[in-house]
Design a protein around this ligand. Structure first.
Ligand code: TYD
Length: 142
């Protein structure tokens, strides 16, 4: 039986330590797409869960700049989770990966780099719809 490929793709970005820490990420060395939009999430409400959707085409990379977050990634066939708490590590959110952000603490700051502008129609917000879409598109073994 073929081993399933992990859904967790992390990128490591350079970190410079001098009077503090400086991190940088640029296309194409660290970021595999041109960035058209960034957004960030601060001061999450206690117990809040974010995400709970997938995108049809959008590619994103999420960094946890402060605090920590538990990410759940799901391609409809398997689910994996990871804790992100290191600003030099970004998790790649490919299209058609259902993602959820849990266990945000009050200090958590998330930064997301996105390959496209905001398009509401690119979101799949219903999990059953998501399953239908991924089942309609057999997974490539790449
Ligand atoms: P959403 O992507 O659902 O946030 P999260 O996955 O973190 O829970 O977005 C929340 C709201 O913000 C939703 O109404 C859409 C809006 N929004 C924009 O208008 N532009 C953006 O670039 C983003 C990311 C969200």
């Amino acid at each position: 039986m073929k081993k399933k490929k992990s859904l967790i793709n992390l990128i490591k970005i350079p970190q410079i330590e001098d009077e503090g820490y400086l991190f940088f990420a640029q296309y194409p060395e660290s970021i595999p797409f041109k960035i058209k939009r960034i957004y960030f999430i601060t001061k999450p409400k206690s117990g809040s869960v974010r995400g709970k959707h997938s995108h049809r085409e959008l590619k994103q990379i999420l960094f946890c700049l402060q605090g920590s977050v538990k990410m759940i990634l799901d391609d409809g066939y398997q689910k994996e989770s990871l804790i992100l708490d290191d600003p030099s590590e970004g998790v790649i959110l490919k299209p058609l990966i259902w993602h959820e952000m849990h266990e945000l603490d009050k200090k958590t700051i998330l930064l997301v780099l996105a390959s496209d502008v905001y398009k509401a129609e690119d979101y799949v917000r219903n999990y059953d719809d998501f399953l239908k879409i991924v089942n309609a598109k057999p997974k490539k073994d790449s």
